[in-house]
Design a protein around this ligand. Sequence first.
Ligand code: BDR
Ligand code: CA
Length: 305
Amino acid sequence: MTKIIIDTDPGIDDAMAIFYAASAPDIELLGLTAIFGNVTVETATRNALRLLEAAGLDVPVAKGADAPLAMPPFKPSAHVHGEEGFGDIPAETPKGQAVAESAAEFLVRMARDHKGELVLCPIGPLTNVALAMQLDPEFASNVDRIVLMGGSYKEGGNITPYAEANIYHDPHAAEVVFASGAKIEMVGLDVTHRILCSKEDFATMAAAAPHLGGMLQDMSHFYLKFYESFGMTEGCSLHDPAAVIACTHPHLFTPENVPLTVVTEGEHIGETVLADDSRADTQVLMAVQSAEVKALFLDRICALS
Ligand code: BDR
Ligand code: CA
């Protein structure tokens, strides 16, 4: 079993990733940390609790940062994920509450308690992770590795021509993380643009797993419409689920070792580019066995209730 914490801004593909983690017999989910991004951090925390309750998982949620390290707060991406984060489905108040610790404090404690074993899977802006690194200089070496959804090496951006959304929403935090010396795997647009989930795939999940697969299908209408608005009619990218799958199935991806840095100003802000200092390499996932990743995702979601 791989011990995982997901740092998340739920978000429709975040919901897909969290339900995948709930379905995976090879994942021990130790908690979720919430971050602004697709929604505000308040909504992200509420949505994280709601997803766990829907999936019947009793694991802690810690609330994180509400703004980037060095830039003013961003407006949530309501045009991509809907006002409440889950497309058209109405907001719901969860029964549970976030723990008293901040996300950064929770991450630091969990990395110490599970030293060398914890795989951290950030699927939103990297602010909480950078704050954990600033709080504890040993955090980067206490985690086993960081498998993050974000960035792009050769693929170009999705929020600007150069930047991927998660990195763009806090480039300074991303730079702290890439420069930290932690073992990092970047699951960026180079691979996530190759794995698509269609309307028919959502129908398959809803038919097999009416509760959770059905919830994903309800969310998907809004998300698929957003993709269609720029000509992507074959489906939406499995961005965040791909990162969770990479935590346990690295053989389905091909990495390239490159030292990465993040552009923190100007037109290219948020772009992930080759670093010219002596920092540790990031493993950038550059190719993916798309059919296998998608089949794994669908099979496991279909096995849920
Ligand atoms: C990333 O940005 C968010 O909109 C998604 O949830 C995903 O984490 C894709 O660029
Ligand atoms: Ca996300």
